[in-house]
Design a protein around this ligand. Structure first.
Ligand code: PMP
Length: 400
């Protein structure tokens, strides 16, 4: 194998990324996370965060944090892993409150959703098992499946016939099947067909893992997520994963499941055991956020109204939408270059909307990923529609 420098290995790859319009940049935000933000020095309305309920800058969470810091019973940092001395009373209470909210036996906190997904898949899917994952699952579920020792097969997005076929193959080979799916797909905004998936899981004795990063807080009664949205109950062979950096407006994640499943994670999950517990103060913030999430029916209704307003307006303009009922509304543009151009034009008009390109989405499916928050107003959505209309007309006339 040739010996090379880091420069040699990456400089051409970086150049290619640029020339293919796939180069990623980190916009620099200034000030609190909210719809009106300064990003890269530009005052704009942010339509691409995952702060679905507008909790990231909520005064009640800030007040709770100030009060907690003034109290000598808490520090910012947690100092160690949960299994050493990092597991604080605030973490403990938060886990209990999340479990009560979801009606599950137990909940386990993680520092990020990415780690929670790695932990769940590595721990539960073992050698000889087969993981069956939706083709559009989040990258962390794909990586978790690849890290595990189980066989990994994907089924076409939402295709229940294909999933059943793979379950039959697993049954014939006497393999334990583990179905894994996003609840709400992060780049498409559509929902996994959980009623059908749950039925298949039960029929074939498969375990079901649902990553509901974008469902918890935003969907279901009291924000209890996608399973609840479909009026489904969880069971002892189902695990749900939630993130706390999206609708909860904080950071971190949790896994909700049976007593045995959670205890298995504590004993065997390397991404749980060998990492520092998230800050005590984050648990304080999430406990307050949970109270707000439960009572946010008005915000969830407002969010739904904004989604409808946007979809109707965008269809009138003639934009290509996806069949998404959630706060994630992709506008499909095809080429990466086109998506970049639209995103840039929107910035010039005062709207921050991310262009999502391969490899995050399939080739030729570059898009604007527009996300809505209960903290947006009807007027802001109208203004966004008007800007999109102008860009659409300009692009159409350029083609003629
Ligand atoms: N799952 C899904 C579906 C996600 O969209 C994300 C975040 N983009 C994650 C997991 C990872 O969560 P976190 O940001 O907490 O690591």
């Amino acid at each position: 194998m040739a010996i090379e420098t880091i420069q040699q290995r990456f400089s051409d790859r970086l150049k290619t990324r640029r020339s293919e319009h796939l180069y990623r940049q980190r916009p620099l935000a200034f000030g609190p996370q909210q719809p009106q933000m300064q990003i890269n020095g530009l005052c704009c309305i942010n339509f691409c965060s995952n702060d679905y309920l507008g909790l990231a800058n909520h005064p009640q969470i800030k007040q709770r944090l100030i009060a907690a810091l003034q109290n000598d019973d808490i520090s910012y940092g947690s100092g160690a892993a949960h299994l050493v001395t990092g597991h604080h009373l605030e973490h403990h209470l938060l886990e209990d409150e999340l479990a009560d909210w979801l009606g599950v036996e137990r909940v386990l906190l993680f520092s990020t959703g990415f780690m929670a997904n790695l932990a769940v898949l590595e721990t539960f899917a073992q050698k000889g098992d087969v993981i069956l994952g939706d083709k559009l699952n989040h990258a962390s579920l794909v990586d978790g499946a690849l890290h595990s020792e189980a066989e990994f097969k994907r089924y076409p997005h939402g295709d229940m016939t294909a999933l059943e076929k793979r379950l039959q193959q697993a049954q014939a080979k006497e393999q334990q099947a583990v179905i894994v799916t996003d609840g709400v797909f992060s780049m498409d905004g559509d929902l996994a067909p959980l009623p059908e998936i749950q039925e298949l899981a039960r029929k074939y004795h498969a375990w079901l893992i649902i990553d509901d990063a974008h469902g918890f807080g935003a969907l279901g009664q009291e924000g209890k997520g996608t399973l609840n949205h479909f009026n489904l109950e969880t069971d002892c062979n189902t695990l749900q994963i939630g993130t706390l950096g999206k609708a909860f407006g904080c950071s971190g994640a949790f896994v909700a499941g049976s007593e045995t499943a959670i205890e298995a994670l504590i004993q065997f999950a390397r991404p749980y055991i060998y990492t520092t517990a998230s800050p005590q103060l984050n648990a304080v913030a999430v406990r307050q956020a949970l109270r707000l999430v439960k009572s946010a029916d008005k915000e969830r209704r407002h969010l739904q109204e904004l989604i409808q307003q946007f979809r109707q307006g965008a269809q009138q303009i003639g934009l290509k939408l996806w069949s998404s009922p959630t706060a994630i509304q992709p506008v499909m543009l095809g080429a990466s270059e086109t998506a970049m151009r639209w995103s840039e034009e929107l910035k010039q008009k005062g709207f921050w909307v991310a262009a999502i390109r391969p490899p995050t989405v399939p080739q030729n499916q570059a898009r604007l990923r527009i996300t809505f928050s209960a903290s947006h107003t009807v007027e802001e959505v109208d203004a966004l529609l008007q800007a999109l209309d102008e860009i659409h007309r300009q692009e159409s006339s350029a083609k003629v």
